[in-house]
Design a binder for this molecule. Structure first.
Ligand code: ZN
Length: 126
């Protein structure tokens, strides 16, 4: 059996990290683990998981062709945890041909039916 490192850059085995969430065996208990697992879902093209972890009010109709980006690294910059809302700023790196690119984003997560879901991007740190 081969050990596959988790795409979220935790240094853990995928099965013991985001794999637990991506397979539906567990649900992330914090906004940070939700962010990590959603990044892993983007990296592995897991549409079902992205759909499930997106707030229904803001959830787009994602298709497989929306997930072609080759994500290479995730770096969480800061997190502001809350009881009902949490905010996280992160940098995600990807490859575009020979070029290394990055996106930096502030994400807002909301507790919805007792589970953390992604709500939207924020323009500024709160
Ligand atoms: Zn992970």
């Amino acid at each position: 059996m081969s050990i596959l490192l988790c795409p979220c850059d935790s240094g853990e085995n995928l099965k013991a990290c985001c794999g637990l969430y991506l397979s539906g065996k567990a649900y992330p208990s914090t906004a940070t683990s939700l962010l990590r697992s959603r990044y892993s879902a983007y990296a592995t093209g897991n549409l079902t998981y992205l759909h499930k972890t997106w707030h229904p009010d803001t959830r787009p109709n994602l298709r497989a062709q929306d997930l072609v980006t080759q994500w290479t690294h995730l770096q969480i910059i800061r997190v502001k945890p809350g009881l009902k809302h949490s905010v996280a700023e992160f940098k995600a790196l990807y490859r575009d041909g020979d070029q290394k690119c990055e996106v930096r984003e502030i994400s807002l997560f909301k507790l919805y039916r007792k589970r953390w879901v992604y709500l939207q991007t924020c323009a500024d740190w709160p």
